[in-house]
Design a protein around this ligand. Structure first.
Ligand code: KG4
Ligand code: ZN
Length: 343
């Protein structure tokens, strides 16, 4: 463990369809956090095309590194370590970041810091001016994951629950796709839901019974939404997308909050953090804050830009790895199915 808190970490994130490079000082001063989004390319296909994503990462990564260093007025020599997401994610996309970080680490003779993407989402909360104290409970809700995580010590997450099928973000994206609203579906449904009636359609809330209290399931909800759309089509009825979005969102948010509060009580944890792309959801942020505070807890969630994929959160985990003397080696590989807690 290093004595002081000083560090300058270069963060690299290429796990899905955003290329991002950040420079982070002392664990929470963002000097630069550049994100090159590929949304306009993938939206034509209604979702991420892995082959296209990796090629785009390849084109964007080097110019972004140059820009991030320029913006932060930091030279390669001043960097203490290179943090990179090595999983979970799309293998071709991850490989671009991992290869780039290894090359930099080798050429500059600086430590390589391998980062788990899910952990990075949680660490976006440590970029807040007021950092959460440990122990904490994190609800990670993204396009690929829905997990409840307990963290008593830094870098030691314990998975206490997860989705048995679809992730929350995936349910948003699939619902939006069925309604032909565009990609990614989360922000679009979030906006439409604000204009609809959440009590209009009573979509199912899945509870998985004893021993699975902290697990989630969204496939029943997805099927119910699809049935609703198909039945309306068969009867030639016009679908009110605002009401459907609001009712769908109410079902997702209610389950997420209910399980988080139950876990908070069960493990007797005061600090609750929200993480991942779906943490950008306006209703989830508002209602989770209300519920946590009503239950004598402290609630944290990252600003919107730090909820979705970005390299500042990767550099933040990198800072803690660097301080604890944890280093990656040059045989580091992309691990598409990396689980939380696995190093
Ligand atoms: O964390 P993220 O950027 O990528 C993954 O690691 O998966 O999360 C992307 C997911 C997508 O499913 C997207 O629809 C969802 O986050 N999302 C939202 C909102 N903004 C993004 N879901 C609900 N409401 C939002 N405002
Ligand atoms: Zn993510």
């Amino acid at each position: 463990m290093l004595e002081n808190n000083n560090s300058i970490i270069l963060g690299i994130e290429t796990s899905c369809d955003d290329t991002s490079v950040a420079v982070l000082a002392d664990g929470n001063k963002i000097l630069s956090n550049l994100i090159s989004s590929q949304i306009t390319i993938h939206e034509k296909f209604g979702g991420v095309v892995p082959e296209v994503a990796s090629r785009k990462h390849l084109e964007s990564i080097n110019p972004l590194i140059d820009l991030a260093l320029k913006e932060s007025e930091v030279s390669f020599n001043e960097i203490d370590g290179i943090a990179v997401t090595y999983g979970p994610g799309l293998v071709g996309s991850l490989l671009v970041g991992v290869a780039c970080a290894k090359a930099l680490s080798f050429a500059l003779e600086k430590p390589l810091l391998p980062v788990n993407h899910i952990l990075a989402h949680i660490y976006a909360n440590f970029l807040l001016p007021e950092r959460p104290q440990l122990p904490l409970l994190a609800l990670v809700v993204s396009g690929g994951h829905t997990s409840l995580v307990l963290m008593e010590e830094h870098l030691k997450p314990q998975l206490i629950g997860q989705t048995r099928d679809d992730a929350a973000g995936e349910a948003y994206d699939k619902t939006a796709r069925a309604l032909k609203l565009g990609y990614p579906g989360g922000p679009i449904i979030d906006r439409l839901a604000g204009e609809g009636n959440p009590d209009k359609i009573n979509f199912p809330r899945a509870n998985l019974g004893k021993g699975r209290e902290f697990d989630f399931s969204f496939s029943g909800l997805k099927s119910s939404v699809l049935n609703h759309i198909n039945q309306a089509k068969m009867k030639n009825e016009v679908i009110n997308v605002e009401d459907l979005s609001a009712s769908f969102q109410a079902a997702v948010v209610e389950v997420l909050i209910d399980k988080t509060i139950k876990a908070k009580d069960h493990y007797n944890i005061k600090n609750v953090v929200l993480a991942g792309g779906v943490a950008a959801n306006s209703t989830l942020r508002l209602k989770m804050k209300e519920s946590v505070e009503k239950n004598q807890g402290n609630f944290y969630c990252p600003p919107l830009k730090l909820c979705t994929d970005n390299a500042a959160m990767v550099a933040c985990v990198g800072h803690f790895l660097y301080r604890q003397g944890i280093r990656g080696s040059f045989d580091l590989n992309a691990v598409p199915g990396l689980v939380l807690g696995q190093t």
